[in-house]
Design a protein around this ligand. Structure first.
Ligand code: ACO
Ligand code: PYR
Length: 537
């Protein structure tokens, strides 16, 4: 038996059965192309018997070139009818796909309760439907729904269902843990039995209701399954499907089952992130292999060791799956975290010197006050560069004032800012749709004459968190700000008991960080300065 595993992706079908996931035909086509580049062998595009979006997908996908087989999904024919008249089966054949998956019942309880038909009619539905697909030249995959539950209640009937599909010519028999309640030891035992009874190749399709979908898939492969069905990031009905982003590297790197090429494996992280962007579902930072924190090191003891050899705290080299190592700096940092971060910035730093210790103490003290640097890389860089005397004072705040009023039901917000740049004082006022926006506008208006490219920066995200909730409105707040110039994104932090002041701190860090990478222009001449409201000290 070959060791190669056929990867069957059902993100576009079972993945969209996950709550909150809805993909347009365009989205599906984009994801299908990405999956093809990843090297999966089957891409289940949807169910042409279900909705017109899926019909559109299959019409459009026909004109495109794929290495993977595009497959359509449907169910066995309806009870008491004939396959040739079944609209779901007809749509599959009309869609022109080279391969199709039909779901059919293998649990006697489901036959009686959900289908409300006889065990014999269910066997006939399976036989007729697969014979129909094969007569029409379609590669036929049988998703044997609830197989493990069915086997546990009535093994003879569950096995007879599989034999019917095989006799009708099904190319793959895929055993489904539809309710996700089976344990890995049971999966291994039952797959082993099925393999001894059938000649058709076996696949596995698991759900994550017991957080075991990946483990169950690996157990099935260990027992001889050679097709693995799953979704990117584990999207899917209820608690999700088996996560291919964990299954593929586990099979390929840990268990030596070839799935995709090593180069394709290196695109796993970008694929996972791309699909999460299109599906508009936030990826958990700690998602194994592909998450942002999958190879992020925070504890000082860990960082100290990985700087000696990353194998001390990494189970694989992150590059194998296209991810990368990150060092986080926080109150849990030791010197090693600081040194690693500073070296990344090209700063000359050593262990056990006074400066390193001072920086570490300052970070721990600020984190104690409520700052959080692991989510504010730009503020951390400014802190380190300040400590190394690398930051000139780009501007100095003299004062700011906020005016917030509600007149005739309309909110108006205005900020007045007074700053000094190279001994010149500038006053500006600007309105905004809220206090932070008004402050941002006023500060930019003051600085643009010195740093014109400041207009390319804008605020991308703004989060406020109450740090000490028991103090209610008197509590401190932490503001985390994300800014972008469309090429780069950076994050800054501010903390105060006043949300405007915390926002100002984060805003100033954001602008200082941006200015680090910008060239200054000569100051404007006296006359235009006067017009702009500039005064000399
Ligand atoms: C385990 C899985 O994930 S299976 C896939 C589940 N995915 C989906 O259901 C999403 C797509 N589904 C749909 O768009 C619709 O449900 C359709 C078009 C398939 C069917 O819609 P409707 O005809 O309105 O039926 P409805 O959804 O209410 O009920 C399902 C019907 O299919 C029947 N059915 C269920 N499984 C099978 C099967 N394997 N073979 C034949 N018939 C089946 C049910 O008995 C029920 O028939 P009934 O109406 O006579 O009781
Ligand atoms: C076919 C399928 O999606 C299941 O049984 O879970």
């Amino acid at each position: 038996m070959t060791n190669a595993i056929s990867i069957f992706d059902t993100t576009l079908r079972d993945g969209t059965q996950g709550e909150g996931i809805s993909l347009s035909a365009d989205d599906k086509l984009k994801i299908a192309q990405k999956l093809d580049q990843l090297g999966v062998h089957y891409i289940e595009g949807g169910n042409p018997g279900s909705n017109s979006k899926d019909i559109e997908f299959f019409e459009r996908v026909r004109t495109m070139k794929f290495n993977a087989k595009i497959t359509a999904f449907g169910s066995t024919r309806r009870k008491n009818s004939i396959a040739e008249h079944d609209s779901s089966l007809l749509r599959i054949v009309e869609s022109g796909v080279p391969a199709a998956t039909l779901v059919g019942k293998s649990w006697d309880f489901h036959v009686h309760t959900a289908l409300q038909t006889t065990l014999e009619e269910n066997l006939a539905m399976i036989y007729d439907s697969f014979a129909f697909l094969k007569r029409n030249g379609v590669e036929a995959i049988f998703d044997s729904e609830h197989f493990f539950d069915g086997y546990k209640h009535n093994p003879e009937y569950a096995l007879s269902v599989l034999r019917k599909a095989q006799d009708a010519g099904a190319d793959w028999i895929v055993l489904c843990d539809t309710n996700g309640g089976t344990l890995p030891s049971e999966i291994h035992e039952i797959v082993t039995r099925v393999r001894s009874e059938l000649s058709a190749p076996i696949g596995i399709h698991t759900h994550n209701d017991c957080e075991l979908a990946v483990a169950n898939t690996l157990a099935a492969v260990g027992a001889g399954a050679r097709q693995v069905q799953g979704t990117i990031n584990g999207y899917g009905e209820r608690c999700g499907n088996a996560n291919l982003c964990s299954i593929i590297p586990n099979l390929q790197i840990k268990m030596n089952y070839p799935c995709i090429s090593d180069e394709q494996l290196q695109s796993l992280t970008t694929t996972a992130r791309y699909v999460s962007e299109i599906a508009n579902v936030h990826m958990p930072v700690g998602q194994p292999y592909v998450g942002n924190a999958a190879f992020a090191h925070k504890g000082g003891i860990h960082v100290s060791a990985i700087m000696k050899d990353s194998k001390t705290y990494e189970h694989i080299s992150p590059g194998l799956v296209g991810n990368k190592q990150r060092i986080l700096v926080s109150e849990l940092a030791g010197q090693s975290n600081i040194i690693s971060k500073a070296q990344e910035l090209g700063l000359d730093i050593n262990a056990n010197n006074e400066k390193t210790k001072l920086i570490m103490e300052r970070i721990k003290d600020l984190e104690h006050q409520g700052y959080q640097f692991e989510g504010a890389d730009a503020s951390l860089e400014l802190l380190l560069r300040d400590a190394f005397g690398q930051m000139e004072e780009m501007f100095k705040l003299e004062s700011f004032k906020m005016l917030v009023e509600k007149t005739n039901g309309i909110m108006n917000t205005e900020a007045i800012v007074k700053i000094t740049v190279d001994e010149q004082t500038v006053y500006t006022a600007a309105e905004g749709n809220g206090p932070v926006n008004a402050l941002d506008n006023a500060l930019r208006k003051a600085l643009v004459q010195f740093y014109p490219s400041i207009n390319n920066i804008h605020l991308a995200d703004y989060k406020v968190r109450v740090i000490d909730e028991k103090d209610a409105t008197a509590a401190k707040v932490r503001v985390l700000m994300e800014s972008t110039d469309f090429n780069n994104t950076w994050n800054t932090v501010g903390v105060s008991s006043n949300v405007i002041e915390a926002s100002w701190e984060a805003l100033v860090d954001s602008i200082r960080y941006a200015l680090l990478t910008m060239s200054r222009v000569e100051h404007v001449q006296d006359e235009p300065r006067a017009q702009l409201g500039l005064v000399n000290h």
